[in-house]
Every structure is written in C-alpha cells, then in structure tokens.
Write a protein that binds this ligand. Structure first.
Ligand SMILES: Cc1ncc(COP(=O)(O)O)c(C=O)c1O
Length: 353
C-alpha cells in the first residue's frame, strides 16, 4: 500500500523513497502512514503475503513467514497461545525482518547493520543472507553465547559483542550506519509493520480474543499490536477490539513504571535474565504509552522465578523449548495483578535459548 513516513517527534514527513527510518531533522523515530485506510482484501489467510494490502509497498521476495499456530492452553482457563516459535528463525522477529530487509534491498543497499539482544540479529542476519546482503551486528553483552555463535556461524554475520546493554549497542549500530553507508535495521518503523501482522492473525482467527498479551522489550511488538487494532477498527472489520497488555520483567520495567506513574519513559539499568526483553529504554515506549492512554491497554510485570517456572512447565506440557521472555505473558496470567477477564491470547514470541 502507498505510504509516506512521519516523524513521531517533530512531525516532519518524508516520501517512501527516503532511505532511513530516522528523521534527518530531529533524529526522531519515523512511522509508516498509509495514503488510504489499510484494509485486508480477504479474511481467510493462505500466506503471509495476503497482508500486502496493509503493508508498505515494496519489491519483497515472498519468503514464507508467519501464519503461526494458535493452540489452547491446557492449564490456564480461556487462554490461547500464538506460537511464534514456528517462524523460520524461531521468533516473531522474522515478520519484521522480511519487510525491513526487503526495503533495504529495494533501496539498493549491500549491507545492513543492527543492534540486538539476540533474536533480532539472528533474524536480520538470516534475511540479509537470503536477500544477498552483508549483515553487521552489534549485540548486547547479556546475549547468550549460543545465540552469538549461531548468528556468526550459520548466517555469516559480522558480530561485535558490545561491552554494555542494548541501548549502547543501538548507539554503535547507528554510528556504523552513518559511517559506512549501511542500512540501519532494527526496532524501527518497517519492522513494526511486519510485526503488527501477529495481531491481525489473532483477530482474523476467530478465537474472539478479549485481550492480547505480549512481552515487552523495545515495545515494537506492543505498539505494532495497537497499530493493527486501530487499522482493523478503522476498516470496520469488527466493532469490539481486544485490549492489549504489555508484560515486562520486573527487573527491567521502564515502561510499566512510566505507565503507573503517568510520566514519560526513563532509562533503567536492565537486570533481568530474560535477555530478549532486557531493554532499559524502549525505542517505541513513549508511543506505546500514547496508545495505552487512547485505547484499552495496560502494563504488567513478572518476576524472574515466575518466568523460569513457566518456561520449564511450558516445555513439559507442550514439548517445545521457549525462552524466558516468550513466557512472560503466561507467567503474568498465572501470577499477575490486574489479569484481564474473558478470552486471552498470549503471544509466545521466541525459542532461541
Ligand atoms: C523472544 C522475544 N520476546 C519479546 C521481545 C520484545 O519485543 P519488542 O522489543 O518488540 O518489545 C523480543 C525482542 O527482542 C524477543 O526476542
């Protein structure tokens, strides 16, 4: 669908041939704005590419991704689980990467660079290789050794392990992109467009979810979920829309605190073992807060031990390996305060341990 880019900070606009996801005037994060109301052509999905009418126009290679299974929890009542571990690199990141790296390829870049806590790097490196591009990765010090080895050995990426957290890696990736003319990939607007398709799939599945629960690191998935809901509501697909609950690790909960205290997001040193959501300053945090104020949304937190127990019991029950961050929504449903009523859909985001 035809679109332009709009800065979330200063409101400047850019045509779709603008080759960056960051505003050249104020360094704010850009957002994809569609020329017309995006609306799905069909409700019965047979491929991820059925989402083309609600995605930014581009010459994408149509690699198959998404359309992941939804199964019912065997022990939490009224709870469905969206198994994003079924994606090619075992995490929800692939939906965003196929779009974002496709745009970089479209613009003629030969190299992409990104900062990551692990999964994004894995996914970006995989799609960069498919699209025939080089990948440079800055990975935070808390990422597991196995993830780093896989990214380097399986997908031929050039990986620098940063002595610091995700936000430090992000600054290094941005500087690398400026210095080397590489496309800056990561938690920016094109990825969000790909990731919003999870909410589309949940709503179109017909399970009748009253709420969607997602783990939160950079809040790209959270704000993408809200964006999908706004689009579907505007296209009048359905009148009642699910509430959205973001779940952070208690040991790294900058967005939860900002939400509770009705203020902007402030940096917090990440202290959680759930490496995928160890983000001290979420890129899309303030935008997600705006959505939460406007729409039906809330934040919750989970303890380290509740995530560990949930991870173990998930593997025992379903025979699937998942990472700590991925079970944060389930841990919240089991132990949290303010658990939503009705039918709940928890997004199980990744399996890369
Ligand atoms: C497995 C997993 N779950 C959740 C998240 C959080 O997603 P977001 O950064 O969009 O908030 C990530 C991000 O890396 C992840 O890898």
């Amino acid at each position: 669908m035809r679109y332009y880019l709009k800065c979330t900070k200063c409101g400047s606009t850019f045509e779709s041939d603008y080759r960056s996801q960051i505003c050249s005037r104020c360094s704010g994060i850009l957002e994809v704005v569609y020329a017309h109301k995006p609306a799905m052509g069909r409700e019965k999905l047979s491929s991820f590419w059925d989402f083309v009418p609600v995605l930014p126009s581009g010459n994408y290679c149509r690699y198959e991704v998404g359309l992941t299974k939804i199964i019912k929890s065997t022990d939490l009542s009224n709870t469905y689980m969206k198994l994003e571990v079924g994606n090619p690199t075992h995490s929800f990141k692939d939906r965003g990467s196929v779009i974002e790296i496709g745009k970089a390829h479209d613009y003629g870049y030969k190299e992409v660079v990104c900062a990551s806590t692990g999964n994004m790097a894995y996914s970006v490196a995989y799609y960069a290789k498919l699209y025939g591009m080089k990948a440079k990765i800055f990975i935070s010090s808390n990422a597991s050794r196995d993830k780093v080895r896989d990214i380097r050995d399986t997908h031929d990426a050039d990986v620098t392990r940063v002595d610091g957290d995700f936000n430090k890696a992000q600054r290094l990736a941005e500087a690398y992109a400026r210095r080397n003319g590489a496309f800056l990939a990561g938690d920016y607007c094109y990825r969000k467009e790909g990731q919003k398709t999870i909410a589309y799939e949940i709503i179109l599945s017909g399970i009748g979810a009253d709420s969607i629960l997602v783990p939160v690191g950079n809040a790209t998935l959270l704000s993408g979920t809200f964006k999908a809901i706004e689009e579907i509501r505007a296209a009048k697909r359905t009148s009642s829309m699910p509430a959205v609950i973001g779940v952070e690790a208690r040991a790294c909960s900058p967005l939860y605190k900002a939400f509770k205290e009705s203020r902007g997001v402030e940096y917090e040193t990440p202290r959680t073992k759930a490496d995928a959501i160890a983000v001290g300053y979420p890129t899309f945090g303030n935008q997600a807060l705006e959505y939460m104020q406007k729409r039906s949304g809330a934040m919750g937190t989970v303890s380290e031990s509740d995530m560990s127990k949930e991870q173990q019991s998930f593997t025992e029950r379903y025979g699937l390996t998942v990472e700590l961050a991925a079970v944060a929504p389930l841990a919240f449903l089991r132990n949290g305060k303010g658990v939503p009523k009705g039918i709940r859909a928890a997004v199980i985001t990744g399996a890369n341990v």
